[in-house]
Design a protein around this ligand. Structure first.
Ligand SMILES: NC(=O)c1ccc[n+]([C@@H]2O[C@H](COP(=O)([O-])OP(=O)(O)OC[C@H]3O[C@@H](n4cnc5c(N)ncnc54)[C@H](OP(=O)(O)O)[C@@H]3O)[C@@H](O)[C@H]2O)c1
Length: 438
């Protein structure tokens, strides 16, 4: 028996729970791994909450990546005691994954952990860091060198963006970061960014061709941002597109490609061939400053991961969350800051009014933090509303109560997206204080 998270879907509905699992629950595969750490990604949040149909086989252990030690192997490349890392391959979607103490996978999916790394390091890097190096390698393969000019990184404060900046700066590139959080400019500068621009500059529909600015681009945002990035890339330059944080559309024209010879590279981490992965992990071992990365990382025990599913989703736009199986990792992009006074609270006493929005901190002794935000208002008494993605204000002492979304989180999420109000009876109180993480 081993402990893990199981996603089930049957007459009783869609649910994720932490439980004791038997070896028979493990899928077919020629290598069994004692999982030590697993990073929590946005996709894992979708799987845990059922907010999107990420899981396509039931029951299934979620977790799209893991690092650990081989226990048993029928694969010629692997032997008990080998340290390994896995990203993607449909693990945590169609094949049971990393959010359990055991995983059974195909040996062809595994990569040997570089000697420089412990399993914890690999998951602090996570799928975000591994995707970032794939993007950097695509620009390098195109022949872009530091002398060629500026590299634009969009979604700069996110997991992929932060690691991409760190890597590019270390390699000597001049990096321009596009972000919606200009107040985090100091953080981006500390990562090695030379210039910070407002992501709004790139977010609106633009012209087919603009002023040539970038030798290369790493784009995690998609939509108009990607189209504008292509339109402002220099003659012969390249754009590595890996994300859709701003939208999955691509409202571009052929002009940058046929008049400026711009190349658009699609970056996929999930099905990337094994030799590319091996190269990517070797490059991470060579080029990534782990000290900085560990500052960005938080740990969460596996037993508490299920309760964080909604926080992963609410955390989109504030970086990913990592989980450790014998513990868990929460990366913070940017890093956690001690509380500082927020703007004065307004409207808290308004009857039937809408109060400012509050960030919520799960501080139950594990020093966990989510980016979930809570809206508090009063009708017949204090009510707690769960609303992510909205501006935050400091909670008053009278409202020092946390709420967490109810088990029916997917339904709640739909309502949140529709901007509908959620009241206290939709939520389950937590026995932990509400604090301002800013
Ligand atoms: N292709 C692959 O294999 C692969 C692998 C991993 C991730 N991804 C994708 O890559 C993207 C980034 O992943 P991540 O782990 O870095 O996510 P993340 O940590 O959530 O960061 C995404 C960043 O995008 C920016 N952003 C968020 N919403 C935006 C919007 N509406 N418009 C413009 N910018 C917005 C924010 O940066 P600022 O606050 O700095 O503006 C945010 O921090 C995601 O779409 C993810 O699904 C793809």
């Amino acid at each position: 028996m081993f402990n893990g998270i199981l996603i089930e879907k049957d007459e009783a509905g869609y649910r994720a729970s932490y439980q004791s699992l038997s070896e028979e629950m493990l899928p077919a595969g020629d290598v069994t791994v004692a999982v030590e750490w697993s990073s929590l990604n946005y996709k894992d949040g979708l799987a845990l909450t059922g907010a999107s149909p990420v899981v396509r086989r039931f029951p299934l252990i979620p977790g799209i990546d893991f690092a650990g030690t081989v226990l048993e192997s029928q694969h010629p490349d692997w032997h008990p005691g080998d340290k390994v890392v896995l990203n993607g391959w449909g693990v945590g979607e169609t094949h049971s994954g990393g959010l359990a103490e055991r995983a059974r996978v195909r040996g062809d999916w595994l990569v040997a952990l570089p000697e420089r790394f412990q399993p914890r390091d690999a998951m602090a890097i996570g799928t975000a860091g591994y995707t970032a190096i794939l993007c950097v390698m695509a620009l390098e393969k195109h022949g872009i060198t530091p002398g060629d000019g500026d590299i634009l990184v969009t979604g700069a404060n996110g997991g992929v963006g932060s690691v991409a900046i760190t890597l590019l700066a270390k390699l000597g590139y001049r990096v321009v970061a596009a972000t919606g959080r200009l107040h985090e400019a100091d953080y981006l500068t500390s990562l090695g960014v030379a210039e910070v621009i407002d992501r709004a500059e790139l977010a609106a529909p633009g012209r087919p061709l603009g002023k040539e600015r970038w030798a290369g681009v790493i784009d995690t945002v998609g939509s108009h941002t990607l189209a504008n990035a292509c339109a402002t890339t220099r003659y012969g330059g390249a754009v590595a597109a890996c994300g859709l944080a701003g939208g999955m559309d691509f409202p571009s024209t052929v002009m940058p490609f046929i008049l400026r010879g711009v190349t658009l590279y699609g970056i996929d981490s999930v099905m990337a061939p094994r030799p590319l992965r091996q190269q990517a992990w070797a490059r991470l071992a060579e080029d990534l400053d782990l000290t900085r990365l560990h500052l960005l990382t938080r740990e969460v025990p596996l037993s508490q991961v299920v309760t964080l599913g909604d926080a992963f989703l609410a955390g989109q736009g504030r970086g990913g969350i990592l989980s450790i199986v014998r513990g868990s990792l929460l990366p913070q992009f940017p890093p956690h800051r001690p509380p500082r006074p927020g703007p004065p609270l307004q409207g808290i006493s308004q009857l039937h009014g809408t109060s400012p929005l509050l960030p919520i901190v799960h501080d139950n002794g594990q020093q966990m933090r989510s980016n979930t935000q809570v809206q508090v208002s009063r009708t017949e008494g204090p009510k707690h509303l769960y609303m992510p993605h909205l501006p935050a204000a400091r909670p008053p002492p009278s409202m020092q109560t946390t709420v967490t979304p109810h088990r029916q989180a997917p339904a709640l999420d739909t309502r949140i997206r529709r901007n509908e109000a959620l009241f206290a009876h939709d939520c389950e109180p937590l026995s932990c204080p509400l604090t301002d993480p800013r």
